[in-house]
Structures are given as structure tokens and as C-alpha cells.
Design a protein around this ligand. Structure first.
Ligand code: BTN
Length: 286
């Protein structure tokens, strides 16, 4: 663990427990994946909002079967038990609630604009700084349980990223704004997730969330490739919405194609990029 930015377990435990309901918190120096420990915790009955945090992971996993580099001391690697109630909100809304909550805190803490690459990557300057993964296993339909894993690259230098990530990913430090301490950042993210999930459950929550996601969507107006089946679709991105799905203007026939949120798996820019990739339509922060 880096002495300069050691995780303060007591402060984080207090922040987790402040959510009430007997929430549990587990901090480990090194684990395979926090996802597995969080599933074990959920199996033992851990309530919604319980958290497993590790300083480093040796087998961190990402979406679409990818690995997730989680070097010790360099980021936030945690999993949160989610008990969404019956019926659970559609998965794309849970993903979007997480993405919006995370992006808002990262932007506030660094002063750098955070955009969302469909469905759940947080980008700064066009490069990925954070990702999330929602997994589920067999559960009693009367008591659904999910595990939400979040990874935030905080302090890696360019050379500290795995070779295949250079040019596509960075860390908060690499993004050039303030580099927050991991403890304060995590406490802010956990609070923001609680608020985001609670708001989603209120009347009008899906509409508010959708608007917040659409405002942060990266690459709107740019040429992209969308993965929703075997062959990627090419087009100009018109909208990325967790309620309506991804809308593309087709590259070949100029016809519009809407792909439902649960079928649109990943999106990446495909054409020449403007600047470092983000069309920021919002006022600056900070
Ligand atoms: C992605 O962008 O592909 C998702 C990355 C999710 C990484 C986090 S780190 C904490 C948790 N444990 C894991 O093994 N994965 C998630």
C-alpha cells in the first residue's frame, strides 16, 4: 500500500455504516476479485450497501470477459452488494445510475469533465479512468441480489498502465486535474451511489436519470462502432439513453437504427477524432 495515500479503513467503515441497516464492510490488502468476496458476503445475508474493498486485486475482472488491472495502492477497487427490491429496476438503469453517480463525483473531485462511453465507462479527455460491472448469480426471486464492482484508476502514471491500455486508458492523476485521496474519494462515491439508487426508486427517477446520462454521453455526433451482435454496426451516434437505447445514423444507408439498451453491449469511436475525443456540451465545472 502506498504510504502517501493509504486507505483509512475506519473512516470508510464509518461511511459505509452511516447508510444504516447493518451494512457490512470488509477491507483486504490483496484479493483475487472483490466481486467473489462480495458474493460470499451476500450469501451470508449482508444487506444492501455492504462493501468489499481491496488495496490490490490479482484477478480483477472487467466486462465482456476482460481482465481488470488493479495494482496495489493505485486505485479504488471495490464491490457493493445491491438488493434492489422487487421488481428490480432494469439492468441498464442500474448501470446508468452507477455511471452517473461515479462520473459526478470524479468530476467534482478532480475538476476534469467526466463523460460516459456507453454503457458504463467513465472517460476523461477521451480516455477511460473508471469502469463498472454488475454481476448476478442464482438468487431467490423474492429477494434479488446483485454485486456491483467499481474500478477507478487513481494514481497510475502512463508507464504504470498495462501496455495494451496505453492510449485508451488513464488515471485521475494522468487526466491532469486534482488527484484526490482514495479514502475521501471512496466515501464520496459510496454516498453518491446511495443517493443515485434512492432517487431511481422515487417517482420520475428513471426520467431524471435518463436525462443525466444523456447529457454526459460521449461521442455524440461522432462516427462510432456499436457492438450489439456479432458484427459491429458503424454510424454516427445520435443518442445514448439507458431508457430508449443507442440511436445511430447508419454509415451506409444514412437510415437511423435504434438498438435497445439491453442489446447494445459496447461502443467505441471509429472515425477521425476531434481533439481528444469529447464533444463537451456542458458548462465547465470548478
Ligand atoms: C469494466 O470496465 O470492464 C469493469 C471494471 C470493473 C472492475 C472492478 S474493480 C472491483 C471489482 N472487482 C473486480 O474483479 N472487478 C470490479
Amino acid at each position: 500500500m502506498s504510504d502517501a495515500d493509504a486507505l483509512d479503513g475506519e473512516r470508510i467503515a464509518a461511511a459505509v455504516r452511516a447508510g444504516g441497516g447493518g451494512r457490512r464492510f470488509l477491507l483486504r490488502d490483496e484479493v483475487g476479485s472483490t466481486q467473489d468476496l462480495a458474493f460470499a458476503m451476500a450469501d451470508e445475508g449482508a444487506p444492501d450497501g455492504s462493501v468489499v474493498l481491496a488495496d490490490g486485486q490479482t484477478a480483477g475482472r472487467g466486462r465482456l470477459g476482460r481482465r481488470w488491472e488493479s495494482p496495489p495502492g493505485a486505485g479504488l477497487w471495490f464491490s457493493r452488494v445491491v438488493r434492489p427490491g422487487v421488481p428490480p429496476p432494469p439492468a441498464p438503469l442500474l448501470v446508468a445510475a452507477t455511471a452517473v453517480a461515479l462520473a459526478a463525483v470524479l468530476e467534482r473531485e478532480t475538476g476534469v469533465v467526466a463523460a460516459l462511453r456507453w454503457p458504463n465507462d467513465v472517460l476523461m479527455g477521451g480516455l477511460k479512468v473508471a469502469g463498472m460491472l454488475i454481476e448476478t448469480r442464482d438468487f431467490d426471486p423474492g429477494s434479488p441480489v446483485l454485486v456491483l464492482g467499481v474500478g477507478v484508476n487513481v494514481s497510475q502514471a502512463e508507464g504504470g498502465l498495462a501496455e495494451d491500455l496505453r492510449g485508451t486508458a488513464t488515471s485521475l492523476r494522468g487526466a491532469g486535474g486534482r488527484t484526490p485521496d482514495r479514502t475521501g474519494l471512496l466515501c464520496g462515491v459510496l454516498r453518491s451511489l446511495d443517493d443515485g439508487f434512492a432517487d431511481l426508486a422515487r417517482p420520475g427517477g428513471a426520467e431524471r436519470l435518463d436525462a443525466a446520462y444523456v447529457r454526459r454521453a460521449a461521442f455524440v455526433g461522432e462516427a462510432v462502432q456499436l457492438l450489439d451482435g456479432d458484427a459491429p454496426r458503424e454510424g454516427v451516434l445520435l443518442e445514448a439513453s439507458p431508457v430508449r437505447g443507442v440511436l445511430l445514423r447508419g454509415a451506409v444507408d444514412r437510415g437511423d437504427i435504434r438498438v435497445r439498451p439491453e442489446h447494445a453491449r459496447a461502443l467505441r469511436p471509429s472515425g477521425p477524432r476531434r481533439g481528444r475525443g469529447l464533444v463537451d456540451r456542458r458548462p465547465p465545472v470548478g
